[in-house]
Write a protein that binds this ligand. Structure first.
Ligand SMILES: Nc1ncnc2c1ncn2[C@@H]1O[C@H](COP(=O)(O)OP(=O)(O)OP(=O)(O)O)[C@@H](O)[C@H]1O
Length: 832
């Protein structure tokens, strides 16, 4: 009830906000009128201010006699000009008040042409700041009040001097200057030194390049040993020239600029030689980039002969590593920037179950009793024990037994059921031997199980400090350690368990872990929930974390037939991602994203930051029963191939029978979680061994990633907790839509290209214009621009293909647009 009230209230405030916004939105005409007014006002003020500086003394009395019509002012805008200027300059900001007319006119221009308002706000903000700063500086410099500082500048300076003194004022002023330079002008010390260096270089080059006396120019030096390593080509050419010159010529190397081969005649007039030589020397591969050179060739015997200079070029400074420059200028690409203010859910959204119990408690008597019974039972079977040790876990206690020498482990294993019977408790699991140890483990359930709260699992340092791609905090092991696994390494997870044993809670724990660790830009979920109730809460975070097909209305898929399209779409996405990886020459998504972040991949070539995609199917048995092969094939494909490109599958099922978890699926899901199942056979289907049938339920689970089996008490997260988390995330700023997966056109919806002209959609022409203008042939673009449903947009694309505006369907890529511009489009449509 209370909730409903709140939401109505929210709605009303939203409404009033929008209506207020509407009320203050100017029409185009109003903007033009107001814009012109402000522009002229700015100009008027400017003239008034300027003339105020010359006439202010004479006009002083006129200001007080404003209403006396017989008195006239010298100001170019007369009494009004004098009064306004007096207000802004004398009583205000002094000379820096000139910023105001500029800003006013600028506002006029912005309104007139309807330009970006944000930029204008920036001008005002910085403009006003500069105005105040300048007036304070003048107040500081000019000791008595006056025109330059204005009263405000003078007073602020006075105030500063009183409170922070002379030095303090200087420091504050300098600090604000730095703020302006760094934030507004975007100047950093690095940039400054770089530009100083550049200027120095330019001056040095100019100095070098300044004309030198002919004598120096014709000077002949033997520089053969100083020849740069890279100029072997030059050397060959020079050798050839020397060979041609009968008298033997010498070669001089001199620092100089552009590519030119010049010969000087006796009067020192330059003669340009064969251009091919120029090209030769211009070959950048044969030159040392940094040292521009000039070669002078001159006959030794005949000083009067033509002296020839061979000039090489200074190569334009090239940015060798564009990505480094981009990173230097803009920093690394930050995928989280669009939702830069996103706040991760706080830990207090999760319930603290330990608040009213003091952690794991086990009765000393219970421990002693169990120990005695184990020892006695084993004694009955003639198994002597050398040592016994107990580790108390949240749901079970592990008794680790070291049998006397000579006792065979298989014997104990065979007695499992008898021991369980003697201990009269459900869920005894015997681990003989405990991997890596020579001991035997007997797990006995505690009388009072402790809930492992999600809160403790999330807050544990193991999870918080996990350096994993997709860390999952699954719960606690028997040794009471939080168990954290990386989904990216699994790389897919199969989850099974009879109904009511904790599967849904387990899935929620997995999703919650990711929500606490991953930014919406980094991970997207595709949720399939045929039960229609389990995952609905995640609807609230649709625009943050969910991915869906472009035509899907709901992000969470509850209809089995739609799953097929989604799975195929994921396959398309997978192929597209593999292509991207191939072009980027990397092996996996981690390397790809790292390369993208360091701006080594150009978005113009289709590169984009790739979020991880986690596909969760809550009831797989249901799906495979209804859709069979159609889902099995894409799932198997994804499971086989998707690990490298960041698509991970989590499938959960109640019925772990072999026709659901087929060999093909099993082979590709090495990581498995088994909650309690009803039979040993089911346990074998999931884990390839028994054990899951002996669990005690309520989140008691076995986890394997291929080799060892670990018993874990799954972290418990209740529906209200998930609701709070999704509410917390959902109420924050989101992306405009859920993450869109590539379109998948099912076989039955293939295009028929003989669409009649008269059958065309009313929006056909508009759609064609949108596509041609954007040069991008995608239905989702039409959906967005023309606000259409997917089906209509798809039909439009078919019609556009039939009309020859776009090319055929090309899988993951957008269709090619065959018309270059709107004029060509018009011609095409006219000629039809
Ligand atoms: N980790 C846990 N710790 C404590 N209690 C748990 C835990 N997991 C599940 N439970 C208890 O078991 C109940 C059933 O759990 P859950 O809804 O997850 O079962 P399920 O396997 O998804 O069942 P179904 O397949 O019928 O949906 C929960 O309501 C809760 O009381």
């Amino acid at each position: 009830m209370a909730k409903r009230k709140v939401s109505t209230k929210r709605k009303t405030t939203k409404k009033t906000k929008t209506s207020l916004k509407e009320r203050f939105t100017l029409s185009r005409q109003q903007k033009v009128v107001l814009g012109s007014f402000l522009f002229f006002l700015g100009i008027g003020l400017f003239f008034a201010f300027i003339s105020f500086f010359f006439n202010w003394k004479m006009d002083q009395s006129e200001i007080s006699e404003f209403y006396n019509r017989s008195s006239t002012a010298k100001n170019w805008l007369s009494k009004s000009g004098a009064k306004v200027s007096h207000f802004f300059i004398f009583q205000g900001f002094g000379i820096s008040a000139l910023v105001l007319p500029v800003l006013t006119s600028l506002t006029g221009v912005y309104l007139f042409f309807d330009l970006n308002k944000k930029k204008l706000a920036g001008f005002w903000f910085w403009g006003v700041l500069v105005m105040i700063w300048v007036s304070v500086v003048f107040g500081f410099v000019q000791k008595e009040g006056g025109l330059l500082a204005g009263v405000i500048g003078y007073e602020i300076n006075d105030l500063l001097q009183d409170y922070v003194g002379f030095i303090g004022t200087v420091l504050i002023l300098a600090f604000f200057a730095i703020i302006y330079i760094v934030i507004r002008l975007r100047y950093t010390p690095e940039k400054l030194t770089a530009s100083i260096k550049k200027t120095q270089k330019v001056i040095a080059d100019d100095f070098e390049a300044s004309p030198k006396p002919t004598a120096v120019r014709n000077e002949v030096k033997d520089t053969e040993e100083k020849e740069p390593e890279t100029s072997s080509g030059i050397k060959e050419k020079i050798d050839a020239i020397i060979a041609r010159s009968k008298n033997g010529e010498k070669v001089e190397k001199k620092k100089e600029e552009p590519v030119k081969v010049v010969a000087t005649d006796t009067d020192n007039n330059e003669i340009t030689l064969n251009p091919t030589i120029n090209q030769f020397y211009g070959n950048p591969e044969n030159r040392d980039n940094d040292v521009p050179e000039k070669l002078v060739i001159k006959s030794e015997d005949n000083p009067e002969d033509i002296a020839m200079e061979v000039e090489t070029t200074t190569e334009e400074e090239q940015v060798k590593n564009i990505s480094n420059k981009l990173v230097k200028d803009f920093g690394e690409f930050d995928p989280t920037l669009e939702l830069g203010n996103f706040k991760f859910p706080t830990i207090d959204l999760l319930k603290d179950y330990t608040a009213n119990s003091s952690g794991i408690t086990i009765d000393q008597g219970e421990l002693e009793e169990n120990k005695n019974r184990i020892v006695e039972t084993l004694k009955n079977y003639k198994i002597e024990i050398a040592q016994i040790k107990a580790t108390v876990g949240p749901t079970v206690t592990l008794y680790e037994i070291v049998p006397e020498a000579g006792i065979r482990i298989s014997k104990i294993k065979n007695l499992e059921d008898d021991i369980a019977l003697s201990l009269a408790a459900l869920g005894i699991r015997i681990i003989a031997p405990i991997p890596g140890k020579g001991t035997i483990g007997i797990e006995v359930p505690n009388k009072n199980a402790t809930i492992v709260s999600m809160r403790s699992a999330i807050a544990s340092p193991k999870f918080q400090n996990a350096e994993m791609e997709l860390p999952l905090s699954l719960g606690k092991t028997i040794a009471n350690e939080t168990f954290v696994a990386d989904l990216a390494k699994m790389p897919h997870l199969l989850m099974a368990g009879a109904t009511g044993q904790g599967k849904s809670v387990g899935l929620n724990a997995i999703l919650t872990s990711l929500l606490y660790k991953k930014h919406p830009a980094e991970v997207k979920f595709v949720l399939v929930d045929p039960k229609k109730v389990e995952l609905t809460l995640f609807n609230k975070i649709e625009r943050h974390y969910l991915a869906k097909l472009p035509d899907a209305e709901e992000a969470i898929i509850t209809d089995n037939t739609k799953v097929i399209n989604t799975l195929n779409s994921l396959c398309i996405e997978m192929d597209a991602r593999y292509d991207l990886l191939k072009h980027a020459m990397v092996r996996n998504i981690k390397e790809y994203n790292a390369k993208f972040k360091t701006r080594k991949l150009n978005p113009e070539n289709g590169h984009r930051f790739l979020p991880y995609i986690v596909l969760v199917i809550d009831e797989f048995a249901d799906l495979i029963m209804t859709a069979g092969k159609e889902v099995e094939t894409p799932i198997a494909r994804l499971a086989q191939l998707a690990r490298a490109i960041g698509i991970h599958l989590i499938i959960a099922t109640q019925r772990p029978s072999v026709n659901v978890i087929t060999g093909m699926i099993k082979a590709n899901f090495p990581a498995r979680i088994a909650f309690r199942v009803t039979s040993k056979i089911d346990s074998r289907t999931i884990l390839d061994t028994g054990g899951a049938d002996q669990l005690i339920g309520r989140g008691d689970m076995l986890y394997t990633q291929g080799n060892d089996i670990i018993r874990i008490q799954c972290a418990f997260v209740d529906t209200p907790e998930v609701e709070r988390i999704t509410e917390y995330i959902g109420s924050q700023k989101a992306y405009p839509d859920a993450h869109l997966l590539p379109e998948y056109v099912g076989e039955e919806s293939g295009t028929s290209l003989d669409i009649d002209k008269s059958d065309r959609d009313k929006l056909f022409k508009e759609a064609a214009e949108v596509i041609v203008t954007a040069q991008q042939g995608s239905a989702s673009l039409l959906q967005r621009k023309l606000k259409l449903g997917y089906n209509r947009a798809g039909r439009l694309i078919d019609q556009l293909e039939a009309a020859g505006v776009v090319g055929p369907f090309e899988g993951s890529k957008a269709r090619q647009v065959l018309v270059t511009d709107l004029v060509a489009l018009q011609q095409l449509l006219d000629n039809e």
